[in-house]
Ligand binder design. Sequence first.
Ligand code: PMV
Length: 325
Amino acid sequence: MNPTELTHQLIPHENSAVVSTATRYAPANIALCKYWGKRDQTLKLPQTGSLSISLGRHGTHCTIAPAEADSLVINDKHICPTDKVFRRFFAFLDCMRPPQTRLYVQTVNTIPMAAGLASSASAFAAATLTMNDLFGWNADLKTLSILARMGSGSASRSVYEGFVEWLPGERADGLDSYAVPLAPAWPELRIGILTVSDQPKPIGSTEAMHRTVDTAALYSSWPLQVKRDLAALKEAIVEHDMDTLGRHAEHNAMAMHATMTATWPPVIYWLPETVEALHQIHALRESGTQVYATMDAGPNVKLLFPVSEESAVRKAFPSLSIVEP
Ligand code: PMV
């Protein structure tokens, strides 16, 4: 099954009742237990489950309206139709829009932006929610999570706020692979974003994942890591247990990066400043500060800590951008 067939099964076009314009918002999310590796490239089905926390007011506002021709404006900048961002975005919309429909799409990101930090998750989730309103599908969030997933895997989680789990599913058609909300974020939890580089990353996450699954023998241990971390994280979320949450999130990120390092050719996103920041975080922790690290497919580091540690963490990392999830 391809994404268009799947979408038509979920959203019958006969039901479309287009309105003049629609606008929706979706938050970005940071995975505490990562999605790393696909079992189906086309439908973006994951090898394992994953779990994230949404980033509150840091995300994407999306507006879509019917138009004479397709156009895409990101943060006030017109994107050229030959640009790969444009082609990826409209390939995604093509799967779900009625044929012959042309669309004007405007997205505004409120993520502290630096290349490699902004995730596509909030953009594809916001676009999916907006399409639902524009065409009056009245689809439920489970369906919208499945649709967003076909834009980028992590977008499946961005249709919800708070802690979210993406169930991997087993079916070949991916109808059982969608996100579910777990709990609202804790008011005390803070996420610090440490930008060590704003340069485009050398290799995209899709290619890096693919290479990992194909060439890293170490990847065979990844499902076991996920199983342990998912169980512990879910308990920590219920108990508001910062140490367990931080420990498993950091361990999970380190294990993900270990599988990438073990691919051929190796994928090394870390820069010297990444390693320096990790050492600094470990030293802070040794001295009694509750602070943990996580990283996605890039060199930047995200710090997890309770609000009570905010001044100690800020003192150590003055350039940190702190997010209240
Ligand atoms: O959804 P993608 O294709 O951008 O992949 C996201 C991969 C990670 O950010 C590294 C992990 C995750 O679960 O978000």
